[in-house]
Design a protein around this ligand. Structure first.
Ligand code: B12
Length: 380
Protein backbone atom coordinates (compact mmCIF):
# COMPACT_ATOMS: atom_id res chain seq x y z
CA UNK A 1 0.00 0.00 0.00
CA UNK A 2 2.83 2.37 0.87
CA UNK A 3 4.67 1.55 -2.36
CA UNK A 4 1.63 2.33 -4.50
CA UNK A 5 0.64 5.25 -2.30
CA UNK A 6 -2.82 3.79 -1.85
CA UNK A 7 -5.58 6.06 -0.54
CA UNK A 8 -7.35 3.27 1.30
CA UNK A 9 -6.70 -0.37 2.17
CA UNK A 10 -9.48 -2.87 1.55
CA UNK A 11 -9.49 -6.41 2.92
CA UNK A 12 -11.92 -9.22 2.23
CA UNK A 13 -12.62 -12.10 4.59
CA UNK A 14 -14.55 -15.14 3.43
CA UNK A 15 -13.39 -17.33 6.30
CA UNK A 16 -13.64 -16.73 10.03
CA UNK A 17 -9.88 -17.23 10.15
CA UNK A 18 -9.35 -14.23 7.89
CA UNK A 19 -11.06 -12.00 10.46
CA UNK A 20 -8.26 -12.83 12.90
CA UNK A 21 -5.64 -12.02 10.25
CA UNK A 22 -7.37 -8.69 9.60
CA UNK A 23 -7.06 -7.80 13.26
CA UNK A 24 -3.36 -8.67 13.18
CA UNK A 25 -2.92 -6.51 10.08
CA UNK A 26 -4.54 -3.54 11.83
CA UNK A 27 -2.28 -4.02 14.86
CA UNK A 28 0.70 -4.15 12.52
CA UNK A 29 -0.36 -0.88 10.89
CA UNK A 30 -0.66 0.66 14.37
CA UNK A 31 2.79 -0.57 15.35
CA UNK A 32 4.39 0.84 12.22
CA UNK A 33 2.70 4.16 12.82
CA UNK A 34 0.85 3.92 9.51
CA UNK A 35 -2.72 3.95 10.80
CA UNK A 36 -3.21 7.66 10.19
CA UNK A 37 -2.19 7.25 6.54
CA UNK A 38 -4.44 4.35 5.72
CA UNK A 39 -8.16 4.22 6.30
CA UNK A 40 -9.33 0.61 6.03
CA UNK A 41 -12.51 -0.87 4.55
CA UNK A 42 -13.37 -4.44 5.49
CA UNK A 43 -15.91 -6.79 3.94
CA UNK A 44 -16.76 -10.42 3.29
CA UNK A 45 -19.06 -13.16 4.51
CA UNK A 46 -17.19 -13.88 7.73
CA UNK A 47 -17.46 -10.31 9.07
CA UNK A 48 -20.21 -8.44 10.82
CA UNK A 49 -20.70 -4.71 11.06
CA UNK A 50 -20.42 -4.88 14.86
CA UNK A 51 -17.11 -6.76 14.73
CA UNK A 52 -15.61 -4.16 12.40
CA UNK A 53 -17.17 -0.95 13.66
CA UNK A 54 -16.99 -1.76 17.37
CA UNK A 55 -14.28 -4.30 18.12
CA UNK A 56 -11.81 -3.46 15.38
CA UNK A 57 -12.57 0.26 15.51
CA UNK A 58 -11.59 0.18 19.18
CA UNK A 59 -8.10 -1.14 18.44
CA UNK A 60 -7.29 0.62 15.16
CA UNK A 61 -5.74 4.05 15.45
CA UNK A 62 -7.03 5.07 12.01
CA UNK A 63 -10.45 4.91 10.36
CA UNK A 64 -11.96 1.50 9.81
CA UNK A 65 -15.37 0.80 8.27
CA UNK A 66 -17.46 -2.18 7.24
CA UNK A 67 -18.84 -2.58 3.70
CA UNK A 68 -21.79 -4.93 3.31
CA UNK A 69 -21.29 -5.09 -0.45
CA UNK A 70 -19.21 -3.54 -3.20
CA UNK A 71 -21.63 -0.61 -3.48
CA UNK A 72 -21.25 0.37 0.13
CA UNK A 73 -17.52 0.08 -0.55
CA UNK A 74 -17.85 2.67 -3.32
CA UNK A 75 -19.86 5.05 -1.12
CA UNK A 76 -17.21 4.76 1.60
CA UNK A 77 -14.47 5.44 -0.95
CA UNK A 78 -16.30 8.59 -2.07
CA UNK A 79 -16.59 9.77 1.53
CA UNK A 80 -12.98 8.92 2.45
CA UNK A 81 -11.55 10.62 -0.63
CA UNK A 82 -13.86 13.58 -0.07
CA UNK A 83 -12.55 14.02 3.47
CA UNK A 84 -8.94 13.58 2.30
CA UNK A 85 -9.30 16.23 -0.41
CA UNK A 86 -11.20 18.55 1.91
CA UNK A 87 -14.37 18.56 -0.19
CA UNK A 88 -16.88 20.76 1.69
CA UNK A 89 -19.55 18.70 3.45
CA UNK A 90 -17.68 15.44 2.97
CA UNK A 91 -17.82 13.19 6.02
CA UNK A 92 -17.75 9.54 6.93
CA UNK A 93 -21.00 7.80 7.87
CA UNK A 94 -21.64 7.42 11.60
CA UNK A 95 -20.45 4.22 13.25
CA UNK A 96 -23.26 1.82 14.06
CA UNK A 97 -23.86 1.31 17.77
CA UNK A 98 -24.07 -2.26 18.94
CA UNK A 99 -27.50 -3.15 20.28
CA UNK A 100 -27.37 -4.64 23.74
CA UNK A 101 -28.82 -8.10 23.42
CA UNK A 102 -31.65 -8.68 25.84
CA UNK A 103 -31.35 -12.19 27.15
CA UNK A 104 -34.54 -13.84 28.35
CA UNK A 105 -32.62 -16.71 29.89
CA UNK A 106 -31.31 -15.95 33.37
CA UNK A 107 -27.61 -16.65 33.81
CA UNK A 108 -28.34 -19.22 36.53
CA UNK A 109 -30.48 -21.35 34.28
CA UNK A 110 -27.92 -21.23 31.51
CA UNK A 111 -25.22 -22.41 33.86
CA UNK A 112 -27.23 -25.26 35.25
CA UNK A 113 -27.77 -26.50 31.73
CA UNK A 114 -24.05 -26.83 30.99
CA UNK A 115 -22.68 -30.29 30.33
CA UNK A 116 -23.41 -33.02 27.86
CA UNK A 117 -27.15 -33.39 28.52
CA UNK A 118 -28.36 -34.89 25.28
CA UNK A 119 -31.15 -33.48 23.12
CA UNK A 120 -34.41 -35.35 22.55
CA UNK A 121 -33.40 -36.53 19.04
CA UNK A 122 -34.81 -40.03 18.48
CA UNK A 123 -32.47 -43.00 18.86
CA UNK A 124 -34.82 -45.62 17.40
CA UNK A 125 -34.79 -44.49 13.76
CA UNK A 126 -33.83 -47.26 11.32
CA UNK A 127 -30.12 -47.44 10.44
CA UNK A 128 -29.75 -47.88 6.68
CA UNK A 129 -27.34 -50.43 5.19
CA UNK A 130 -24.71 -48.84 2.95
CA UNK A 131 -23.89 -50.46 -0.42
CA UNK A 132 -20.19 -50.72 0.61
CA UNK A 133 -17.87 -49.77 3.48
CA UNK A 134 -14.87 -47.47 3.23
CA UNK A 135 -14.23 -45.28 0.19
CA UNK A 136 -14.79 -45.06 -3.55
CA UNK A 137 -13.44 -42.68 -6.16
CA UNK A 138 -15.58 -41.51 -9.06
CA UNK A 139 -14.01 -39.52 -11.88
CA UNK A 140 -15.21 -38.15 -15.19
CA UNK A 141 -18.65 -37.06 -13.99
CA UNK A 142 -20.31 -35.21 -16.88
CA UNK A 143 -21.78 -31.73 -16.45
CA UNK A 144 -25.16 -32.89 -17.74
CA UNK A 145 -25.43 -35.20 -14.72
CA UNK A 146 -25.29 -32.37 -12.16
CA UNK A 147 -26.13 -29.21 -14.16
CA UNK A 148 -29.76 -29.31 -13.01
CA UNK A 149 -28.51 -29.04 -9.41
CA UNK A 150 -27.14 -25.55 -10.09
CA UNK A 151 -28.91 -23.11 -7.77
CA UNK A 152 -29.64 -20.34 -10.28
CA UNK A 153 -30.90 -17.95 -7.62
CA UNK A 154 -27.59 -18.16 -5.76
CA UNK A 155 -25.70 -17.78 -9.05
CA UNK A 156 -27.61 -14.84 -10.55
CA UNK A 157 -28.25 -12.87 -7.38
CA UNK A 158 -25.52 -14.00 -4.98
CA UNK A 159 -22.59 -14.38 -7.37
CA UNK A 160 -23.39 -12.25 -10.41
CA UNK A 161 -25.21 -9.48 -8.52
CA UNK A 162 -28.19 -9.43 -10.90
CA UNK A 163 -31.52 -7.97 -9.87
CA UNK A 164 -35.12 -8.15 -11.17
CA UNK A 165 -35.45 -8.27 -14.94
CA UNK A 166 -31.73 -8.55 -15.57
CA UNK A 167 -31.85 -12.16 -14.38
CA UNK A 168 -33.84 -13.12 -17.50
CA UNK A 169 -32.43 -10.60 -19.97
CA UNK A 170 -28.74 -10.90 -19.04
CA UNK A 171 -28.31 -13.82 -16.67
CA UNK A 172 -29.86 -16.61 -18.66
CA UNK A 173 -28.15 -15.92 -22.01
CA UNK A 174 -24.79 -15.48 -20.26
CA UNK A 175 -25.28 -18.71 -18.34
CA UNK A 176 -26.06 -20.59 -21.57
CA UNK A 177 -22.94 -19.11 -23.16
CA UNK A 178 -20.74 -20.14 -20.22
CA UNK A 179 -22.15 -23.65 -19.99
CA UNK A 180 -21.43 -24.10 -23.72
CA UNK A 181 -17.90 -22.83 -23.27
CA UNK A 182 -17.28 -25.09 -20.30
CA UNK A 183 -18.20 -28.03 -22.51
CA UNK A 184 -16.40 -27.02 -25.70
CA UNK A 185 -13.24 -25.92 -23.86
CA UNK A 186 -13.40 -28.97 -21.60
CA UNK A 187 -12.88 -26.90 -18.45
CA UNK A 188 -14.54 -29.18 -15.91
CA UNK A 189 -13.05 -32.28 -14.30
CA UNK A 190 -15.71 -33.21 -11.78
CA UNK A 191 -14.68 -35.94 -9.38
CA UNK A 192 -15.85 -37.28 -6.05
CA UNK A 193 -14.39 -39.38 -3.27
CA UNK A 194 -16.98 -40.66 -0.83
CA UNK A 195 -17.37 -43.35 1.73
CA UNK A 196 -19.51 -45.01 4.37
CA UNK A 197 -18.11 -45.59 7.82
CA UNK A 198 -19.41 -47.46 10.86
CA UNK A 199 -19.81 -45.14 13.83
CA UNK A 200 -21.39 -44.48 17.23
CA UNK A 201 -21.85 -41.36 19.33
CA UNK A 202 -20.71 -40.64 22.86
CA UNK A 203 -21.81 -37.38 24.49
CA UNK A 204 -20.74 -34.67 22.02
CA UNK A 205 -18.48 -36.96 20.00
CA UNK A 206 -18.98 -38.87 16.79
CA UNK A 207 -16.67 -41.89 16.86
CA UNK A 208 -15.71 -43.51 13.55
CA UNK A 209 -14.96 -47.20 13.96
CA UNK A 210 -12.75 -49.63 12.06
CA UNK A 211 -13.79 -53.10 10.88
CA UNK A 212 -13.15 -54.59 14.32
CA UNK A 213 -15.30 -51.95 15.98
CA UNK A 214 -12.35 -50.08 17.48
CA UNK A 215 -12.10 -46.30 17.43
CA UNK A 216 -10.51 -44.98 14.26
CA UNK A 217 -11.07 -41.27 14.68
CA UNK A 218 -13.31 -38.95 16.67
CA UNK A 219 -15.05 -35.63 16.01
CA UNK A 220 -16.20 -33.43 18.89
CA UNK A 221 -19.07 -31.08 18.04
CA UNK A 222 -20.47 -28.12 19.97
CA UNK A 223 -23.83 -28.50 21.70
CA UNK A 224 -26.51 -25.82 21.84
CA UNK A 225 -26.64 -24.38 25.32
CA UNK A 226 -30.35 -23.63 25.17
CA UNK A 227 -33.51 -24.79 23.47
CA UNK A 228 -33.28 -28.28 22.02
CA UNK A 229 -29.61 -28.55 22.99
CA UNK A 230 -28.78 -30.13 19.66
CA UNK A 231 -25.37 -31.51 18.85
CA UNK A 232 -24.43 -33.20 15.58
CA UNK A 233 -23.41 -36.32 17.50
CA UNK A 234 -27.04 -36.82 18.62
CA UNK A 235 -28.00 -37.95 15.12
CA UNK A 236 -26.05 -41.18 15.58
CA UNK A 237 -26.71 -44.21 17.78
CA UNK A 238 -25.21 -43.76 21.23
CA UNK A 239 -22.40 -46.17 22.13
CA UNK A 240 -24.47 -47.42 25.11
CA UNK A 241 -27.11 -48.78 22.72
CA UNK A 242 -24.72 -51.50 21.58
CA UNK A 243 -25.73 -50.78 17.99
CA UNK A 244 -23.59 -49.36 15.21
CA UNK A 245 -24.65 -46.51 12.94
CA UNK A 246 -23.42 -45.35 9.53
CA UNK A 247 -22.06 -41.96 8.46
CA UNK A 248 -21.31 -40.78 4.93
CA UNK A 249 -18.33 -38.59 4.12
CA UNK A 250 -17.65 -36.92 0.80
CA UNK A 251 -15.29 -34.53 -0.94
CA UNK A 252 -16.23 -33.19 -4.36
CA UNK A 253 -14.31 -31.01 -6.82
CA UNK A 254 -14.90 -29.53 -10.25
CA UNK A 255 -11.14 -29.67 -10.80
CA UNK A 256 -8.32 -27.20 -11.31
CA UNK A 257 -8.65 -26.29 -14.99
CA UNK A 258 -11.54 -23.91 -14.38
CA UNK A 259 -9.55 -22.13 -11.66
CA UNK A 260 -6.62 -21.72 -14.03
CA UNK A 261 -9.00 -20.22 -16.59
CA UNK A 262 -10.50 -17.73 -14.09
CA UNK A 263 -6.96 -16.72 -13.07
CA UNK A 264 -6.13 -16.00 -16.72
CA UNK A 265 -9.23 -13.83 -17.07
CA UNK A 266 -8.28 -11.93 -13.92
CA UNK A 267 -4.73 -11.37 -15.21
CA UNK A 268 -6.15 -10.04 -18.48
CA UNK A 269 -8.33 -7.53 -16.57
CA UNK A 270 -11.43 -9.23 -18.01
CA UNK A 271 -13.28 -8.66 -14.76
CA UNK A 272 -16.84 -9.30 -15.89
CA UNK A 273 -15.87 -12.62 -17.43
CA UNK A 274 -13.78 -13.40 -14.36
CA UNK A 275 -16.61 -12.64 -11.96
CA UNK A 276 -19.13 -14.64 -13.96
CA UNK A 277 -16.94 -17.68 -14.53
CA UNK A 278 -15.63 -17.73 -10.97
CA UNK A 279 -19.16 -17.40 -9.57
CA UNK A 280 -20.38 -20.16 -11.84
CA UNK A 281 -17.46 -22.43 -10.98
CA UNK A 282 -18.08 -22.22 -7.23
CA UNK A 283 -21.82 -22.77 -7.65
CA UNK A 284 -21.05 -25.81 -9.80
CA UNK A 285 -18.95 -27.21 -6.95
CA UNK A 286 -21.96 -26.72 -4.69
CA UNK A 287 -24.24 -28.31 -7.34
CA UNK A 288 -21.96 -31.35 -7.56
CA UNK A 289 -22.00 -31.72 -3.76
CA UNK A 290 -25.81 -31.59 -3.68
CA UNK A 291 -26.07 -34.01 -6.61
CA UNK A 292 -23.78 -36.44 -4.85
CA UNK A 293 -25.68 -36.08 -1.63
CA UNK A 294 -28.81 -37.17 -3.54
CA UNK A 295 -26.91 -40.22 -4.87
CA UNK A 296 -25.93 -41.11 -1.32
CA UNK A 297 -29.56 -40.85 -0.17
CA UNK A 298 -30.63 -43.22 -2.90
CA UNK A 299 -27.75 -45.62 -2.12
CA UNK A 300 -28.89 -45.63 1.50
CA UNK A 301 -32.49 -46.19 0.47
CA UNK A 302 -33.75 -42.99 2.11
CA UNK A 303 -34.57 -41.03 -1.06
CA UNK A 304 -38.29 -41.85 -1.05
CA UNK A 305 -39.12 -38.59 0.65
CA UNK A 306 -37.13 -36.48 -1.82
CA UNK A 307 -39.16 -33.55 -3.21
CA UNK A 308 -40.05 -33.75 -6.90
CA UNK A 309 -39.05 -30.16 -7.75
CA UNK A 310 -35.51 -28.74 -7.56
CA UNK A 311 -36.74 -25.80 -5.43
CA UNK A 312 -37.63 -28.33 -2.74
CA UNK A 313 -34.15 -29.81 -2.98
CA UNK A 314 -32.57 -26.38 -2.47
CA UNK A 315 -34.81 -25.97 0.59
CA UNK A 316 -33.41 -29.34 1.78
CA UNK A 317 -36.87 -30.94 2.08
CA UNK A 318 -35.37 -34.44 2.02
CA UNK A 319 -34.37 -36.92 4.69
CA UNK A 320 -30.99 -36.26 6.22
CA UNK A 321 -28.53 -33.41 5.95
CA UNK A 322 -25.14 -32.57 4.44
CA UNK A 323 -22.98 -30.71 6.95
CA UNK A 324 -19.83 -28.99 5.73
CA UNK A 325 -17.14 -28.33 8.30
CA UNK A 326 -16.87 -24.64 9.12
CA UNK A 327 -20.65 -24.20 9.19
CA UNK A 328 -22.39 -23.45 12.49
CA UNK A 329 -23.23 -27.04 13.56
CA UNK A 330 -19.61 -28.16 13.04
CA UNK A 331 -17.49 -25.00 13.01
CA UNK A 332 -14.05 -26.51 13.56
CA UNK A 333 -12.15 -26.29 10.26
CA UNK A 334 -9.31 -28.37 11.70
CA UNK A 335 -11.62 -31.39 11.59
CA UNK A 336 -11.24 -31.24 7.81
CA UNK A 337 -7.92 -33.05 8.30
CA UNK A 338 -9.76 -36.06 9.76
CA UNK A 339 -12.05 -36.22 6.73
CA UNK A 340 -9.07 -35.94 4.40
CA UNK A 341 -7.30 -38.76 6.30
CA UNK A 342 -10.30 -41.03 5.87
CA UNK A 343 -11.08 -40.16 2.24
CA UNK A 344 -7.58 -39.53 0.83
CA UNK A 345 -8.74 -36.87 -1.69
CA UNK A 346 -5.27 -36.74 -3.34
CA UNK A 347 -6.75 -39.49 -5.48
CA UNK A 348 -8.98 -36.89 -7.16
CA UNK A 349 -6.32 -34.17 -7.17
CA UNK A 350 -7.58 -32.40 -4.05
CA UNK A 351 -5.25 -31.36 -1.23
CA UNK A 352 -5.85 -29.85 2.18
CA UNK A 353 -3.58 -26.89 2.92
CA UNK A 354 -2.03 -25.99 6.28
CA UNK A 355 -4.85 -23.44 6.70
CA UNK A 356 -7.34 -26.27 6.22
CA UNK A 357 -8.47 -25.08 2.80
CA UNK A 358 -9.05 -27.51 -0.02
CA UNK A 359 -7.19 -26.91 -3.27
CA UNK A 360 -8.46 -26.48 -5.91
CA UNK A 361 -10.74 -23.85 -4.45
CA UNK A 362 -13.87 -25.25 -6.14
CA UNK A 363 -14.01 -28.21 -3.77
CA UNK A 364 -16.08 -28.93 -0.71
CA UNK A 365 -16.30 -31.65 1.93
CA UNK A 366 -19.21 -32.90 3.98
CA UNK A 367 -20.49 -35.21 6.65
CA UNK A 368 -23.66 -36.83 5.35
CA UNK A 369 -26.21 -37.68 8.02
CA UNK A 370 -29.20 -39.96 7.34
CA UNK A 371 -31.21 -39.25 10.50
CA UNK A 372 -34.74 -37.97 9.71
CA UNK A 373 -34.43 -35.18 12.28
CA UNK A 374 -31.09 -33.92 10.96
CA UNK A 375 -31.22 -30.35 9.65
CA UNK A 376 -29.10 -27.21 9.83
CA UNK A 377 -28.81 -25.63 13.25
CA UNK A 378 -26.54 -23.21 15.01
CA UNK A 379 -24.58 -24.56 17.94
CA UNK A 380 -22.74 -21.27 18.58
C1 B12 B 1 -20.42 -19.97 -2.45
C2 B12 B 1 -19.78 -20.46 -1.16
C3 B12 B 1 -18.85 -21.49 -1.27
C4 B12 B 1 -18.37 -22.02 -2.62
C5 B12 B 1 -17.24 -21.12 -3.14
C6 B12 B 1 -16.34 -20.45 -2.13
C7 B12 B 1 -15.42 -19.43 -2.81
N1 B12 B 1 -14.14 -19.65 -2.75
O1 B12 B 1 -15.85 -18.49 -3.40
C8 B12 B 1 -17.88 -23.44 -2.27
C9 B12 B 1 -19.02 -24.41 -2.48
C10 B12 B 1 -16.67 -23.95 -3.05
C11 B12 B 1 -17.61 -23.25 -0.78
C12 B12 B 1 -16.82 -24.10 -0.08
C13 B12 B 1 -16.54 -23.92 1.27
N2 B12 B 1 -17.12 -23.04 2.12
CO1 B12 B 1 -18.32 -21.65 1.56
N3 B12 B 1 -19.60 -20.33 1.21
C14 B12 B 1 -20.12 -19.91 0.11
C15 B12 B 1 -21.19 -18.84 0.44
C16 B12 B 1 -22.56 -19.53 0.43
C17 B12 B 1 -21.21 -17.63 -0.49
C18 B12 B 1 -19.84 -16.96 -0.68
C19 B12 B 1 -19.84 -16.17 -1.94
O2 B12 B 1 -19.21 -16.54 -2.93
N4 B12 B 1 -20.59 -15.06 -1.98
C20 B12 B 1 -20.69 -14.19 -3.14
C21 B12 B 1 -19.64 -13.10 -3.05
C22 B12 B 1 -19.70 -12.19 -4.27
O3 B12 B 1 -19.99 -12.38 -1.89
P1 B12 B 1 -18.97 -12.03 -0.73
O4 B12 B 1 -17.78 -12.88 -0.78
O5 B12 B 1 -19.73 -11.99 0.56
O6 B12 B 1 -18.54 -10.58 -1.12
C23 B12 B 1 -19.46 -9.50 -1.19
C24 B12 B 1 -19.55 -8.68 0.11
O7 B12 B 1 -19.29 -9.44 1.27
C25 B12 B 1 -18.59 -7.57 -0.13
N5 B12 B 1 -17.18 -7.71 0.20
C26 B12 B 1 -16.47 -8.80 0.44
N6 B12 B 1 -15.23 -8.48 0.70
C27 B12 B 1 -15.10 -7.17 0.60
C28 B12 B 1 -14.02 -6.32 0.76
C29 B12 B 1 -14.17 -4.94 0.58
C30 B12 B 1 -13.01 -4.03 0.76
C31 B12 B 1 -15.45 -4.43 0.24
C32 B12 B 1 -15.63 -2.99 0.02
C33 B12 B 1 -16.54 -5.29 0.09
C34 B12 B 1 -16.37 -6.64 0.27
O8 B12 B 1 -18.65 -7.32 -1.50
C35 B12 B 1 -18.93 -8.53 -2.23
C36 B12 B 1 -19.93 -8.20 -3.31
O9 B12 B 1 -21.10 -7.63 -2.78
C37 B12 B 1 -20.75 -18.39 1.88
C38 B12 B 1 -21.86 -17.90 2.80
C39 B12 B 1 -22.37 -16.53 2.41
N7 B12 B 1 -23.66 -16.40 2.38
O10 B12 B 1 -21.62 -15.62 2.13
C40 B12 B 1 -20.10 -19.67 2.41
C41 B12 B 1 -18.94 -19.57 3.40
C42 B12 B 1 -17.96 -18.52 2.95
N8 B12 B 1 -18.32 -20.89 3.28
C43 B12 B 1 -17.93 -21.38 4.39
C44 B12 B 1 -17.27 -22.64 4.53
C45 B12 B 1 -17.07 -23.15 5.93
C46 B12 B 1 -16.84 -23.37 3.40
C47 B12 B 1 -16.03 -24.68 3.42
C48 B12 B 1 -14.86 -24.67 4.40
C49 B12 B 1 -17.00 -25.84 3.67
C50 B12 B 1 -16.35 -27.21 3.56
N9 B12 B 1 -16.06 -27.77 4.69
O11 B12 B 1 -16.13 -27.74 2.50
C51 B12 B 1 -15.54 -24.77 1.95
C52 B12 B 1 -14.12 -24.23 1.73
C53 B12 B 1 -13.68 -24.44 0.30
C54 B12 B 1 -12.28 -24.91 0.21
N10 B12 B 1 -11.75 -24.85 -1.01
O12 B12 B 1 -11.67 -25.36 1.13
C55 B12 B 1 -18.24 -20.46 5.58
C56 B12 B 1 -16.98 -19.78 6.13
C57 B12 B 1 -17.05 -19.54 7.60
C58 B12 B 1 -15.83 -20.08 8.31
N11 B12 B 1 -16.05 -21.06 9.17
O13 B12 B 1 -14.73 -19.66 8.12
C59 B12 B 1 -19.30 -19.47 4.95
C60 B12 B 1 -19.25 -18.04 5.50
C61 B12 B 1 -20.67 -20.08 5.25
C62 B12 B 1 -21.11 -20.00 6.71
N12 B12 B 1 -22.17 -19.27 6.97
O14 B12 B 1 -20.53 -20.57 7.58
N13 B12 B 1 -18.27 -22.17 -0.25
Amino acid sequence: AAEHRADVIGMSGLLVKSTVIMKENLEELNQRGMAADFPVILGGAALTRAYVEQDLHEIYEGEVRYARDAFEGLRLMDALIGVKRGVPGAKLPELKQRRVRASAVPVEEERSEEGHVRSNVATDNPVPAPPFWDTRVIKGIQLKEYASWLDEGALFKGQWGLKGDTVESEGRPRLRMWLDRLRTENLLEAAVVHGYFPCVSKDDDLIILDEEGNERTRFTFPRQRRGRRLCLADFFRPEESGETDVVGLQIVTVGSRIGEQTARLFEANAYRDYLELHGLSVQLAEALAEYWHARVRSELGIADGDPSAMEGMFRTEYQGCRYSLGYPACPDLEDRAKIADLLRPERIGVHLSEEFQLHPEQSTDAIVVHHPEASYFNAG
